[in-house]
Design a protein around this ligand. Sequence first.
Ligand code: SF4
Length: 462
Amino acid sequence: METVALHDREDQIHITGETPLKIACNKESLAGAVSQRACVFCGSRVVLYPIADALHLVHGPIGCAVYTWDIRGALSSGPELHRLSFSTDLQEMDVIFGGEKKLQAALTELIDRHAPKAAFVYSTCIVGIIGDDLEAVCRHVEEAKGIPVIPVKSEGFKGNKRAGYKAACDAMARLIGTGNTNGISRFSLNILGDFNLAGEIWMIRDYYESMGVEVVANITGDGRVDDICRAHGAALNVVQCSGSTMLLADMMEEQYGIPSLRVSYFGIEDMSEALYDIARFFQQRYPEDSEADAIMERTRALVQKEVRTLVPQLEKYRRDLAGKKAAIYVGGSFKAFSLVKAFRLVDMQVVLVGSQTGTEEDYQELEAITDPGTVIVDDSNPLELTSFLKEKGVDVFVGGVKERPIAYKLGIGFCDHNHERKEALAGFEGMLNFAREVHSSVMSPVWRFVPRKDSNLKEEAV
Ligand code: SF4
């Protein structure tokens, strides 16, 4: 490997097929490596933020709230309180004398003004240091205002982004189990780990509804507090972004006996498999029930119809894209699995794939589905990614806001598959959008005029 990798990071990089997989992951970022990861607070905020009728108050300096403001294109079909960013704006005197009074005043004023269904109060680094008692303030305001007021223990220094996911799951666990579950169907589920970017959860809900399966709660895209409170009445948890919400699913299994299925909604294969897995689940759970068989029938019809429409439309993109090279660097690795398969559908070759928060099992799965020579990387940084992209001669890089400038500086096409995007990439329709977007990036005439840096670090016109 010619790539620039810090010595202490070499065990977090693996090449498919070179040696048996042994990759270090799920550990603190190496000091000085400028990881692409966000902080614990940001991890919790991205998971909870799409709950649209809740108040989200960041207890800390204004910069933390700005850093996470509007970072997801999470859409709501109703209230949009989540789009407002509130902060207690802690200043020097608050740090010296404590911020509890300021927090209580802010919470009281905001609840009076916006009448939310619940409030989440996020702890930031400085709050962890000065030791404000969030539990006590939240309890006090909860009693006074009669809505759930929940502290999110997300001090930024507490670990990596995964610790933020846990803080978010712990906060939601306090809501679940408090609502009335009367009237929920036996054929029902909760959607976990979809954040309704560009309206994706609406497409997924449509699929479930046409299968005849009731959706009890969106956790958390287009989420509502009342739905989350009764989520323990569902028969099944369907978990997409497993890194962020699997902990909640495990807790619900332990406490309420609700099993979970891990799925992905990206790409034809994984989308179809997700729907079939759910239909099979109900057949196994209710083997004598004709409704379970009817659900399977409706699922079959739905998948056949969607695939029949989609495959011919993909063909024109496949012809141009065949043989082009792709790199993937995303937050959670579940998305990476589907992207590898999606690129295969248009005959593109994935040469680099990595994530911020993958586990060893995730990387094993990635190794199993990637071609020999593919670089697999955990918790990477701009220097490494730049170096791999040049070495591999990549045509399109899929990532998020922090990866975009890396691609553009190298003269490489970029596809946004993260929080900020405005185009739906999930579901059958999303696969077509994805192919169209990759095609327009890779085949854009702009590359005739932009110098691309080659593997020998020289600039050359493409
Ligand atoms: S690391 Fe700390 S100070 Fe920085 S944004 Fe996160 S919580 Fe705020």
